[in-house]
Design a protein. Sequence first.
Lengths: 100, 162
Amino acid sequence: MPIEKAYIILSIALFLIGLLGVIIRKNLITVLVSTEIMLNGVNLSLVAVDSWLGKVDGQVFSLFVITVAAAEVAVGLGLVVAIFRLKGYEGSSELTHLRD
Amino acid sequence: MEWIILGVLGFWLVASALGAVFVRNPVHSILFFLSSVIAISALFLSLGAELLAGLQLIIYAVAIVVFYVLVITTIPWEKVKRFEGIYKRELALSLPVLLVSLLAMGYMVYKGGLAEPVNLVKDNVRDLGKTLFTSYLFPFEVASVILLVAMIGAILLGRKEE
């Protein structure tokens, strides 16, 4: 088995850990941290496949993923602070205004 | 030797990611996330992607983590206390599903084939820059527009209403 397959399995595990965090955490800020873990897992698999193929296109894509992650953190944390300022809570179970 | 490096760094990475998901305090969770970012940067170095390892450290470990910590300091701490920890029922429901999918995808990766290697990159940073500014020039410009829009959006969201 080439070592890149082990890297890909590791990145799948990292992505699923992040998904678990998105599902089970109560605090909105830690939900965003779990999203970052998912994006890191995707980056790891892109770079691993790139190292197997001997090209650099995956690393360019990984660069774009880092860019989108930075933008997502800026807007997401702005939303969390705005929700907290408007409503005074930030638990993911109490944001049910669209459902009710 | 490669396998030893992968084993140590992979164990460090999975342990710190699990800590970031399961620990109660948000600040401790962000510190665990910082540890996992450093582990991923070391994995990038061992894969031969030097530029991305540096960028990972600069953008994630410096910019994003500091941003999270700053936002946590602006929120009153005693109100956050009510929403620490995890949902127990969702954990019991989702953990078997995710474990089964991890096993299935890992088996598929283990049994499946990889594409044939094309060529070998000699100088990582030079090739990456050349590819980024020739083949991917238009997505690069679009990424700059995305960053600009995100900056304006963050300013609008964080502004106080008058």
